[in-house]
Design a protein around this ligand. Sequence first.
Ligand code: ZNH
Length: 142
Amino acid sequence: SLNPKDKAAVKTFWALAQGHSEDIGRDALSRLIAVYPQTKTYFAHWKDVSPNSANVAKHGVTIMTAVSDAVTKIDDLKAGLLQLSELHAFTLRVDPANFKLLAHCINVVLAIKFPEDFTAEIHMAFDKFLAALALALSENFC
Ligand code: ZNH
């Protein structure tokens, strides 16, 4: 789990990356549906489920806004993300395996966009954070 040093690393890095969250969200979600096309089934009701489409870009913003919010709730993700977890489990019925796939795509995008700042140490802390976020979002899935 996240120790105080990991949490500090996540917060410091995110302070720098947050301003680019529109690009990060669009690129990560575009990669998710391109690399793991089975994930497109969740978004079948959209007009255009292709990489970089307007729908994908918009949802990328939605997801990254929630990620930013989660950074502020890093000390208790389970409680902080309760509502979002219920939405994904009961209403959207998103298989938690998909959170890991998205986390991987986010890490890849961050490594590309921030080759200097996304060091191995930050990568490790951010990956732990995304795993904790995925776990909190999976809380209600059965
Ligand atoms: Zn999700 C939705 C977040 C992942 C699928 N999402 C959503 C929202 C949010 C989110 C915030 C909105 C809500 C409202 O509206 O209220 N997600 C999120 C996060 C994450 C996620 C944070 C991680 C990190 N998701 C995900 C995945 C998937 C999903 C992985 C699959 C694949 N989501 C989803 C859907 C939806 C959502 C389907 C709905 C959309 C529409 O509406 O169209």
